[in-house]
Ligand binder design. Sequence first.
Ligand code: SF4
Length: 105
Amino acid sequence: MNERVKTYYKNNFLYAGHRMVLPDTGEKFRNSCHNCKYYVNVIGQHETRKICLAGVKVYKSGAKRVPQSIEILELILLLGKQALYNMLEGNKEHQMACGSFEPVL
Ligand code: SF4
């Protein structure tokens, strides 16, 4: 990096402060999965778990309303056993919301 570019970045307080937050991202930084409409209860036979449904096409596209809780049988019919198992394996609540975050209404 040449001296001119270094000086430009040094004098640019937005870059130097690392505090430039775009309007849309502010909402994502403030929230977690807990406040997201895609984070729903999945009711199984023995336990109830929270799972992110942002990867399910019908819910993401808006073709179906995202429920607050859903029976596991309904999800199995929608996704298939293996896809549901894969979703449950990597599923964790994140401290910071992801790009698909939408607030619970
Ligand atoms: S914030 Fe992202 S990962 Fe968390 S529940 Fe919402 S869509 Fe899923």
